[in-house]
Write a protein that binds this ligand. Structure first.
Ligand code: ARG
Length: 464
């Protein structure tokens, strides 16, 4: 046993003080103080409800209000003396309250346990942070919409297998990113429905014998309703896991965007310029300009997925109801929030300054026989079966490869040697502009269709 600390016994039940190392080992205040504001908010609502049902007098409630307001101030000014002797954020605040206001402070915990208190705090915390995340996401979405609008006509190669496939517009590509983020937003909203249910009143696990009014507390805290089962509400952290899963998907998307930006910024692609403010140089190679921000975002996606795994593993072995294991939910959760907010912020700040090198994009689409499908479709319109057309175009592409020319650069006679159906109008459809303009159905890459998608998307972001 380490040095026995005789200054404090954790409760009258204990004949021995907590082992000094165990005290440090079990304390969570170093990280859970992040939920101090939510803890105070929850305590105020609980106290108001206790006053309403006659457990606290009006004076006691008023003292609690004053005391908690002063504590809030102390915390905000950075003057609150957090102590691991008080283990966690909840006991630190309660102890300080009792120091300040005496007996009323000791009554605050009536009909409540840290188990329902902490579950409530996390929910309040997440609800708030999801708002912050959604804001950053909307900022990024708006940046994408602006860039997409500028580049509704900008032609680039679309890829499958990272091989040039068919021409698309850069605006269309950016709108694909926008769609991914829209689904991410929806997932956050959906997850909020389940976060916004109030555990307070579950007490330690079985509820309480006081005539509490859980609907009142829920309403005061802006929860949609009190939880249905006391055992469940103090123990499960599925809502936090769900949030982390949604966050992992956001990071997975940001990681994909990052990968594309990194590729496009390379000399080999040379499609975009990432402004200097978002890049760094190399300490040894003077010519280097590295796309650090997207690289870091791609790298950080791994840690969020890691947190998702941590939380799943944390939960899977726990019998009902609360177990101290759950104290381990905070750090992964807080780091998930920080990582997602910071990565979205970096992206939202960076995207408006990303410059597309239109000519390079265009030329790259031209070099990859991107309109081969258009030629096949042309032959189909002239009556050929698609498989035969596919074969004919394959032969034309082979000639192009051998003579290092795009299909549009073959002569009419050369093209006609593959099919007599080909006439002079073929050159119109072999142009990249013609190819993208033809894809004008909903969801297609035609510039006008992309512009319509942007307009619809703007309404969606504004109405968030
Ligand atoms: N710090 C604890 C946590 O994060 C608060 C709940 C503690 N409850 C208990 N019975 N020890 O979960």
């Amino acid at each position: 046993m380490n040095n026995v600390n005789t200054e404090k016994l954790s409760s009258a039940r204990f004949a021995q003080a907590t082992d000094a190392f165990v005290e440090i080992f079990t304390a969570s205040v170093s990280f859970d103080q992040r939920m101090a504001m939510q803890d105070i908010e929850g305590s105020l609502a609980h106290a108001q409800m206790l006053c309403h049902i006659g457990i606290l007098t009006a004076t006691e409630f008023a003292d609690i209000q004053t005391g908690l307001a002063q504590i809030k101030d102390e915390i905000e000014r950075g003057e609150f003396a957090w102590s691991i002797k008080q283990e966690d954020v909840h006991m630190n605040i309660e102890a300080r309250l009792t120091d300040r206001i005496g007996i009323a402070g000791k009554k605050l915990h009536t009909g409540r346990s840290r188990n329902d208190q902490v579950a409530t705090d996390i929910r309040l915390y997440l609800r708030h942070e999801i708002g912050v995340i959604k804001n950053e996401m909307s900022r990024l979405q708006l940046a994408l919409l602006d860039l997409a609008e500028t580049h509704a006509d900008t032609i680039m190669p679309g890829f499958t297998h990272l091989q040039v496939a068919q021409p698309v517009t850069f605006g269309h590509h950016l709108m694909a990113w926008f769609e991914m983020l829209s689904r991410d937003q929806e997932r956050l909203d959906d997850c909020c429905k389940r976060i916004n249910v109030m555990p307070l009143g579950a007490a330690a696990l079985a509820g309480t014998s006081y005539p509490i009014d859980r609907f009142m507390t829920a309403q005061l805290l802006g929860f949609s309703r009190p939880s249905n089962n006391s055992l469940d509400s103090v123990s499960d952290r599925d809502f936090a896991i769900e949030f982390t899963a949604a966050a992992s998907l956001i990071m997975m998307h940001l990681s994909r965007f990052s990968e594309e930006l990194i590729l496009w910024a390379s000399a080999q692609f040379n499609f975009i310029d990432i402004p200097d403010a978002f890049c760094t140089g190399s300490s040894i190679m003077p010519q280097k300009k590295n796309p650090d921000v997207p690289e870091l975002v791609r790298g950080k996606s791994g840690r969020v997925t890691g947190h998702l795994m941590s939380l799943l593993m944390l939960m899977k072995g726990q019998p009902l109801a609360y177990n101290k294991d759950n104290q381990e939910d905070k750090e992964p959760l807080f780091d998930t929030v920080d990582t997602v907010v910071n990565c979205l912020r970096a992206f939202a700040d960076m995207m408006p300054h990303v410059e597309a090198k239109k000519e390079n994009m265009y030329n790259s689409a031209k070099r990859g026989f991107a309109t081969a499908t258009d030629l096949a479709d042309y032959l189909v319109r002239k009556g050929m079966a698609f498989r035969d057309a596919h074969e004919v175009v394959g032969l034309a592409v082979r000639l192009g490869v051998e003579t290092q020319r795009d299909l549009s650069e073959l002569s009419l006679t050369e093209l006609q040697s593959f099919s007599s159906e080909i006439t002079a109008d073929v050159f119109e459809i072999l142009k990249l502009e013609g190819s993208v303009a033809a894809r004008k159905h909903i969801g297609g890459t035609a510039p006008d269709t992309v512009r319509a998608a942007i307009t619809a998307a703007r309404h969606q972001v504004v109405s968030l």
